[in-house]
Each structure stands twice: as C-alpha cells, then as structure tokens.
Design a protein. Structure first.
Lengths: 254, 310, 314
C-alpha cells in the first residue's frame, strides 16, 4: 500500500467558463493518494462540472473554456501531448444514474477491456469475474452473466457500473453522486464498497448528502457558486469548519 | 503520459495490462475514417439541394421576371412564349379549395382527439390518420377521379376541374393538419387547459379562450406544411384536373380546369423543346421559392411559439 | 348547469362530424379502390400477380412486369440511400459541430420539401446526361460481360436513373429519423463510454446503435413506403417500357408510372380501368402494411415525435 501522504492529483488555479458564465472560479486543491475526498455543495454550485474537468469530460461541451492546471501524478492533463483515451483509462467514472450499456452484464464489464484492445478471452473472463467480485455483485449475477444489464435492479446496476469502471485498472475513481437515485439499503452497500476501495484507488466523490459524506471521507471540500469555500481533512471539516458558509451548509441551512 | 498509464498494481490479484498504444492509434484512425465517411455522406447527400437550386437558376434565370409570372402561356408548342400565370392562378384555386375541405376537418379532428377522445378511439383515429399520410398520392388521384371527376356511375361529376383536383388535394392535406393540431394542443402546458376547466369553463370556452390561442402556431404550421405538400403534387391532378393553359371560368366542368405549377413543369419537361425545358426550370425556381418562403414561415412560427409559450 | 353541459355536447357533436369525415375519407379511399378493382380481381384472380403480359386490346392483364419494376427501383433506391442516410444521421447527431448542426439539419429538411417533379426535372437534365455520357460508356467498356451491368441502349433513362433520384428523395426521411433515433440515446450512457476512453466511433458502435437501431429500421420502412409510391420523378426517368429489366441500365415501368401514363385512357374500358385500379390496390395495400409496421417501430423508439421530413412534397 502506498504512502498516505503522497499527492495523487492537484488542481491549480482552475477556472472554467461556459459561454459568458464563469462556472468555476480559481479552484486550488489536492487529492492524497488512497484517500476518499468528498466534494459537497448545493446543486448548481459547480461541483459536478469540477469533477468532469478531472477526466476532461468537458472537452465535448461546446463553448467551454478552461484555464489553470490539473496535475495527475505531476503531469498536467490539459497539455496538448496528453492522450485522452489513456488518461480516461486511468480514471474511472461512476455517474449519478446507473448507466449500463445496452449489452449483457458480462459485456458491460468487458467493454473497457475491449475498447483498450484486449482480445484474450481468458484474460477478459477472469477480469470480469474479479471486478464483479470486487463490486460485491458476483454472487448475485454469476448465473446470469449474459442477461441484459437492464434486467438488474437499480442498486445492482450501479455496482455493475462500478465494476465496469475498475476493469481497466484505473488509479482514480470519480463518482458523481453515486447513491443519489438508490434506496438506502443499496446506497449503504455502495458506501461500504467505497471505504474498502480506498486501499486501491484515490476516490473523489461529489455528493450533497452530508451524513454519507461524513461517514466515508478523509478529505472534504465545500463548493458554493463555483468557488471552493473550504477544503480540509474530514475531521476538521465536519467538526470545526473555518468558514461560516460551510458551517451553515453542514448544519443544513441551504 | 507513460507514468499515468502504467500504474502500479493496485492489488496482487488484479494484473495490470499494458497500454496498447498501437491499438489506441488504430482506433483513433478508424474514428477519423468514420468522420470522413459521415462528412462525405452529408456532402454527397445534400448536393442535390444545392445543385437543383443552382441549375434551376442558371438555366431559367432569363425568364425570372415580372412578365413571366404575369402573362399566360402562348406560342407553339404552347408555352414557347408567354409566362406561367395560368399555373399560378390555378395553384391559388387549388390551395383555397383544398383548404376549404382540409382546414376545418383537420382542426376539428385534431381538437376532438385532444379534448374528447377516449384512449381506444384515439389510437384508432391516430392510426387511420397516419395511414392516410402514407397512402401514395397516385392512389389518391385514382380515388379522386372516381369520387369527383368521373362522369359515369356514382360520384360528384365535377369533371376534370379545380374543384375535383382541389378536393383530392384536400384529402392529402387533411391528415397533416389533424396531426399537427393534435400535437399543438398536446404541447400546451397541462395547467392552462385544466386551469380553465377547473374554473367551470366548458371545453368550448376553454377552446375559445385558451386552446386556440396557445395552439395557433402549431395549427398554422400544419396548414403551411399541408400547402407545401400539395403545391408539389402532380400525380393526383393527372386524373382529376385537366391542365388548362388559360384562365378558368368556373370551378367545375370544362371551364373549371386550371393550370398548376407542378403540372406545367411536368408537361414542359416532357416536350422535346429546349425553350420549354428552360421555362420548366424557371417555373421550378418560382415553385421552389414559394415552398422555401412557406418553409421560412414555418420556422418563424415555431420560433415565435417557443418564445411566447415558455 | 344544464346549459353548460348542453353546450359541450353540441361542441362534441360538431367535432364528431369532422372526425366522421376523416374516417369516411379513409373508408371511401379503400372502398373506391376495392370496388373498382373488383371486376379484375374476379376475372384474373391471383394470376394477375404472376402474369407478365399487359395487353389492353386483348384484355390480358398481368402485373408482374410492373411489380418487378416497382420493387427493383425501390430496393435500389434503398440500397443507395441507406448508407448515405446513416452517414448523414451520424454526422448530424454525433460529429457535426453544434453551431453548424441547425443549418445542416435545415438543408436536409429543405430537401424533403423539394417537389417530386422538380427532382424529376433535375434527373432529366442532370442525372440522365451524366449516365449517358459518363457512366454508361464506362460500364459498357469495362463491365459488358457482367449480366446485371450490361448497357443495352445508351440513353441514360432507365432503372438506374430512376433509382438514383428516388434515393435522393427518400434520403431526408431515413437520415432525419436516424438522427432522431440517435438523439434519443440517453446522454449519460454515451458519457459512460466516453469516460472509459471510448472514441466517438466506439460510442456509436457499442452504445448508440443498439439503442437507435429499431428507430432506424422504422425510418427505412417509411422510406420504403415513400419509394414504392413515388410517381412523377419515376415517370420522367424510367423510360416507361413494359419490359422486365435485365440490367441496371435497362428501361422499365413501375406501377405508379404506368398509372400516371395510362389511367386516363384506361377508364374508357371498364376491365382495363379495373386492372389499373387493382395495381393501385397493390400500392395501397403495401403502403398500409408498411406504415402500420413502421409506425409501431417508430412510436416505440422516438415516441411518435414529429418528424417534418415525413411529409415531403409528393
């Protein structure tokens, strides 16, 4: 296991514009390796946009403009020489709604391997099984690996998406409110998964559920109107927030 | 980026697989090929739009003047001199006659579907409506012949005339207006109509005060779309109207025959005469211009409706 | 209270009259075609479908020549139109920069509005000379040994000219429905694939197509329906000779072009007219079946969303 203090990713003076809107204002923060960082804030505060700048998903948004740097393992991912395909292989992403592809359970997990050129069936089968086991889904679907992914329940679909995201061996996992549309039981399973996963991945989660965030975070940040108001270790963040606005949010006044 | 991709093993049991740069390169290349094909398909596929307009203007431009649209065809073969006034007049006749039939029926049916229809009747009516849209126009022509034109047997015995042709075109126009009216009413925010009904208004009052205003854009779109469709129709008129090179003196019988743009173009291009071919192209420009103006009107309406409804 | 209810009943009654007119227009169409084709159906039975001869003076009527002509033109037009429509739909929805998408879509919709006869004129003045001067000599020189590509008369008119122009006419329908079907793919599913390092092509192949395929089938079916009934452009281009086409460059005849050319003479003889109406009955039946199938597919995929290109100028 890597050292706890190594910095995995760092964001420097990040500004993001969409048309005339200044969506992210001068963001500076870092993510420690093998930690869980939650980004909190009311909806529309820019936290999801921020998450999408970390794997360059905003590249496809027309009219978007970005300044500043995002360093992953010390390299600026917005440099021209960076290959987006490779970058994204290294960064898994889980979305708000479960979004399995219109394929079988097996093919969903294998998708990432296939698009990165793996053709070895045995390797793929072994990897798919392993990822499903990691996501705690294997026992539930092992007899139905070739059924369409849409036949699974919402919670199962979301775990399938997690299995899919880790199949390509990423070192960072981005999660955009992964439990927002799940029932409490399913959400709880996912939260447990996140706590075990930090052994292997650096995890960055966007959330607006303060209880859940408090339960799993090592670090937390608070976004408001495109600004990063506060960023600290979870212990300090939740018990002794420095900024009044953070405190208001944590005590649910937003 | 090597450091990024070749990450250390996260876990003893998950083997890291190497980045296959060649594969990524190939896959991007395939993507570029797909882009190339998509762009080529668009360029070739949309080529006729430009070429049709270009050619029509290039060939027909010397007749694009006021005289051409304000005089009747004369000379030999007929049309060698003079213009297309007979066809423009005829199209006005046909549009008016078709609309007299299609506009009330179309709007009425559309309103019934959205206000009174039960689920089952609605689904049957919608199906009928869409089937009518799909019936080939040459089949409508034959129907129109037997219903309106023929002088033998049952039917209205209008002869080959504006009334027979216009009503046949009305058959084609009706389902389009029905569809658009229903769609327009269904797009009115539910609160508008329910609000009016909840206040004790009858459905008729709701129609008068709310629905007609809110759905007007959609209804007009339907009418314009219907007109756009019928001015281009030739096949139904082959059997229901007799192409008249002069002005009609009535709407039924021998004096009721009218010229029309589509048929004029069809007849001129059939003739082995260069001058008529040139005139066919000039007439095409006029017809296309009319259609594109209607098209522009449609877009303006839908733009304004969107702005004022939201 | 009574008064209010009475008013709405009256309103409903008036609207019902309009509804009944729509239903009766549909029924009249079907009944007229059935009624006038009845004598021919009785006299020729099913042999109508496979007899080749069409000889009005001898009262011998068989539809085979025209059926083959119609379906050859339709299938060739689809064959030409489908790849391009796919490309156009994919281009507009997936690759085209957003600021150009609107204007490019308008161009395709404009194409749907161009009347059939104008397409026909374009075919006569552009496609036919091109075929006659460039394509046919080329095929005559290099492919004359291949049966389906033999050039019999170097005139430009024929199956190929008609198919090319009809292909362009159905292109807007299929491509705009392809575009709409692709647009109905949830963005989040596409994002999921992109976030894993998929290229646009990967997304189209593995995510969008499985979602959109049914809608695209629906578009193809509607395009088929449109091509089968296409009349005026075909009349101008196909050569109008009642022969079974032996090659891409042969002349031929379709049901609709035969009707357009001869129906007004045919009505002089009841059985001749009846045979022609029976041809129209075939067109009607095909169009009804096609539209029922196509509509069901489309409603499932794009929810009956209004698509302008479905009403082209006839």
């Amino acid at each position: 296991m890597a050292e706890q203090n190594e910095i995995k990713a760092e964001v420097k003076n990040l500004n993001f514009y969409y048309g005339n809107y200044h969506l992210l204002k001068d963001i500076n923060l870092y993510f420690k390796k093998n930690s869980v960082c939650t980004l909190l804030g009311p909806s529309g505060c820019g936290k999801s946009t921020f998450l999408r700048t970390l794997n360059r998903m905003n590249d496809y948004t027309e009219g978007a403009k970005l300044t500043g740097e995002v360093l992953i393992d010390g390299k600026n991912i917005y440099k021209k020489s960076v290959d987006v395909v490779e970058l994204r292989r290294n960064i898994g992403m889980v979305f708000q709604n479960p979004n399995p592809f219109p394929k079988s359970v097996f093919d969903n997990v294998a998708f990432g391997l296939k698009i990165h050129g793996i053709k070895n069936r045995e390797f793929i089968t072994e990897r798919v099984e392993k990822c499903l086991k990691y996501a705690g889904l294997y026992d539930e679907v092992k007899d139905n690996l070739h059924k369409p992914a849409f036949s699974l329940s919402g919670g199962q679909q979301q775990r399938l998406c997690i299995a899919r995201a880790i199949a390509t061996n990423p070192s960072i996992l981005l999660m955009d409110e992964p439990t927002a549309y799940l029932d409490p039981a399913s959400a709880s399973i996912i939260l447990d998964l996140i706590t075990t996963f930090k052994k292997y991945y650096t995890i960055i989660i966007v959330s607006h559920n303060i209880q859940q965030a408090g339960r799993i975070s090592d670090y937390s940040g608070f976004f408001l109107d495109g600004e990063l108001i506060e960023f600290d270790e979870a212990g300090n963040f939740f018990t002794r927030p420095k900024d009044k606005r953070t405190e208001n949010f944590i005590t649910s006044r937003y | 980026m090597t450091e990024l991709a070749n990450i250390e093993k996260n876990d003893g049991s998950m083997p890291v697989f190497p980045v296959d740069r060649g594969y990524i390169k190939r896959k991007k290349f395939y993507n570029n090929i797909a882009v190339f094909f998509a762009v080529t398909a668009f360029v070739i596929g949309s080529f006729p739009v430009f070429h049709i307009i270009y050619e029509a203007v290039a060939v027909g431009h010397k007749y694009l003047n006021w005289r051409f649209i304000s005089t009747l065809p004369t000379g030999f073969p007929i049309g060698a001199s003079g213009g297309i006034l007979n066809a423009i007049t005829g199209d006005v006749y046909l549009i008016i006659i078709a609309s007299i039939l299609a506009v009330p029926i179309g709007i009425g049916t559309g309103l019934y579907l959205s206000l009174f229809g039960k689920k089952r009747t609605n689904s049957v009516l919608r199906l009928l409506n869409e089937l009518m849209i799909g019936i080939p126009s040459v089949v409508w022509g034959i129907v129109g012949f037997y219903v309106f034109s023929t002088n033998a047997g049952l039917g209205f015995h209008f002869g080959f005339s504006a009334l027979a042709g216009g009503f046949t075109l009305g058959f084609i126009m009706t389902p389009i207006i029905t569809l658009l009216t229903e769609q327009a009413v269904s797009q009115i925010p539910a609160g508008y109509i329910e609000g009016a009904l909840a206040m004790g208004a009858t459905k008729w009052q709701a129609t008068k005060s709310v629905i007609i205003k809110a759905a007007l854009g959609g209804i007009f779109t339907g009418i314009l779309l219907g007109i756009m469709n019928i001015v281009g129709q030739t096949a139904p008129l082959l059997f229901t109207n007799y192409y008249n090179t002069g002005m009609p003196t009535g709407v039924t019988g021998p004096g009721g025959a009218v010229g029309d743009m589509a048929m004029l173009i069809f007849i001129y291009i059939h003739e082995p005469s260069r001058i008529l071919h040139i005139k066919a192209e000039a007439a095409s420009v006029v017809l296309l211009l009319f259609i594109f103006v209607l098209d522009l009107g449609l877009r303006l309406i839908s733009y304004l409706t969107k702005r004022f409804l939201s | 209270m009574f008064n209010l209810k009475y008013k709405d009943d009256l309103y409903k009654l008036i609207l019902s009259v309009f509804v009944l007119s729509v239903i009766s227009v549909f029924l009249i169409a079907v009944i007229v075609i059935l009624f006038y084709s009845y004598p021919a159906i009785i006299r020729y039975g099913f042999s109508f479908l496979w007899v080749k001869a069409w000889n009005p003076p001898k009262e011998v009527f068989g539809a085979l020549t025209f059926l083959i002509g119609t379906f050859t033109v339709t299938f060739l037009a689809l064959l030409f139109a489908i790849p391009f429509s796919f490309g156009i739909g994919i281009f507009l929805q997936e690759y085209c920069p957003l600021f150009l998408r609107g204007i490019f879509t308008v161009i395709i919709e404009m194409m749907a509005g161009i009347p059939s006869v104008v397409f026909g004129v374009w075919g006569v003045l552009t496609i036919v000379p091109w075929l006659r001067q460039s394509v046919e000599p080329f095929f005559d020189r290099y492919f004359s040994g291949i049966p389906f590509l033999r050039v019999e008369e170097n005139i430009g008119y024929g199956i190929l000219a008609a198919s090319i122009v009809v292909a362009f006419m159905i292109l807007p329908i299929i491509s705009s429905i392809t575009k709409d079907s692709l647009a109905s793919v949830p963005k989040i599913a596409k994002d999921g694939a992109l976030a894993m390092g998929a290229t646009r092509l990967d997304v189209i192949k593995d995510v969008s197509m499985p979602y959109a395929l049914n809608g695209i089938y629906g578009g193809i079916i509607l395009g088929f329906g449109r091509a089968v009934g296409e009349t005026i452009a075909v009349v101008l281009l196909i050569g109008n000779q009642a022969v079974i086409p032996k090659s891409l460059f042969s002349v031929g005849y379709t049901i609709s072009s035969l009707l357009a050319n001869t129906f007004t003479f045919a009505v002089i003889s009841p059985i001749y007219a009846s045979a022609e109406v029976e041809l129209a009955l075939i067109l009607l039946a095909v169009s009804l079946i096609i539209n029922i199938v196509g509509r069901n597919i489309l409603n499932k995929v794009i929810g009956g969303r209004f698509n302008r290109s479905r009403f082209g100028g006839g």
